[in-house]
Design a protein around this ligand. Structure first.
Ligand code: GLU
Length: 299
C-alpha cells in the first residue's frame, strides 16, 4: 500500500554514520538487474558520505553456484564499485544465526512447527503448531510468532507502507525444515551485525520488510531505514535472474552499463563519459534518490 512520498523522512538512526550494503545471492554472475541494485545502493551510500558493504548471501546451497561470488566481485570491480571492509559470507555466520535462534526460543518468540510445505502452501500460516505440536508430530522448522503485529514504516522511494503481518503473512519460518536458517533471519542478524543504517534493495523484497522489522524488534536490534528500487524485468515482465537466463554485465562495456542503470534509475546522465570512474564520481555528486521512479518494476 503506497502512501505519500515524504522527501523529508528522517533517517532512522540519527547520529550513526550512514552505512549501506549490497547483498547478492551468488546464484550467477552480476546481471543488469543486480548491477542496478549495486549501483543505487553504492550511490546512495557515497552521496551521504557513508560506507558501502558487500555481503554474499550464500546460505542456500541449492541456489549457490560455484564461482558466482567471484564473478559478482569481478562484475562490481569492472563497474568501479569497491566496498568497505571485508566481504561477509553468510556461510561463515551459522553460529551467529543459531545464537539468535536460541534467544528467540528462550524468549518464547519462536516455536517448532511440524507442518509440511504442502500442508501450508499459500499464505498466511494458520497457526496449527502455535500452541504446541499436535500429537504424533515432530518439529521440522521453527516459526516466529507474529502476534497481531502490524507495521507502518517509511520507504524512502514508495512513501509510508502499512503491512499487517499476522493477517498477510502469519507466523513465518526462521529456520527451515532442513536446518538452514531462513533468509529473513540471516538478513536481519547480518544487517544488525554490519551496522547497516539504510537498506536499498529491489522492490521484490518490499513485502518482506515487515517480517524484518518484526524480527528486529524481537531481537532488540535497531531498525534501519528502507528504500525499495524498481526491479528490472525482461520483455515478459519477469525479474531478471539466472533462472530467466539473464547474462552477466562483465562482457558489456562498463560505461554502457552505468549509463543504462542511471537512466533506469531516473537520474541525470553525465556529460563527460571517458571512463567508468568519471561516470561513477559524477553520478555520486548528482545522485538524487527522489528521482528514482516510484514503481515496482520496469524493463
Ligand atoms: N540476497 C537477496 C537477493 O539477492 C537480497 C537480500 C536483501 O537485499 O535484503 O535477492
Amino acid at each position: 500500500m503506497f502512501g505519500a512520498r515524504a522527501a523529508s523522512i528522517p533517517v532512522m538512526n540519527p547520529g550513526l554514520r550512514y552505512r549501506g550494503r549490497f547483498a547478492p545471492s551468488p546464484s550467477g554472475p552480476l546481471h543488469f538487474g543486480s548491477a542496478v541494485a549495486a549501483i543505487a545502493s553504492y550511490l546512495q551510500a557515497h552521496s551521504m558520505g557513508g560506507e558501502w558493504l558487500l555481503r554474499m548471501e550464500d546460505l542456500d546451497q541449492a541456489r549457490t553456484v560455484a564461482g558466482a561470488s567471484n564473478a559478482i566481485i569481478e562484475g562490481l570491480k569492472s563497474l568501479g564499485l569497491y566496498w568497505d571492509g571485508p566481504v561477509l559470507y553468510q556461510s561463515t555466520r551459522v553460529t551467529a544465526y543459531e545464537e539468535a535462534l536460541g534467544q528467540l526460543i528462550h524468549n518464547d518468540w519462536a516455536y517448532p512447527c511440524g507442518c509440511t510445505r504442502k500442508e501450508v502452501a499459500g499464505r498466511p500460516y494458520s497457526g496449527t503448531c502455535r500452541h504446541g505440536l499436535p500429537a504424533g508430530r515432530k518439529g521440522r522448522s521453527l516459526r516466529l510468532r507474529t502476534d497481531a503485529a502490524s507495521y507502518q514504516f517509511p520507504d524512502h522511494i514508495h512513501g509510508v507502507q502499512t503491512q499487517a503481518l499476522e493477517k498477510d503473512v502469519g507466523d513465518f519460518i526462521i529456520r527451515r525444515g532442513d536446518g538452514v536458517p531462513a533468509y529473513h533471519l540471516a538478513v536481519v542478524v547480518d544487517d544488525a551485525f554490519q551496522g547497516i543504517t539504510e537498506i536499498v534493495r529491489g522492490s521484490d523484497l518490499l513485502d518482506s520488510t515487515a517480517c524484518h522489522i518484526h524480527l528486529q524488534r524481537a531481537l532488540d536490534y535497531p531498525q534501519p531505514a528502507y528504500a525499495h528500487l524498481p526491479v528490472v524485468t525482461n520483455a515478459a515482465g519477469i525479474k531478471l535472474s539466472k533462472q530467466t537466463g539473464a547474462k552477466g554485465v562483465a562482457n558489456d562495456s562498463p560505461e554502457d552499463t552505468w549509463l543504462r542503470a542511471l537512466s533506469f534509475l531516473g537520474q541525470e546522465l553525465p556529460p563527460i563519459r571517458h571512463s567508468t570512474e568519471t561516470i561513477r564520481d559524477w553520478a555520486i555528486a548528482h545522485w538524487k534518490l527522489e528521482r528514482v521512479p516510484r514503481i515496482l518494476s520496469a524493463r
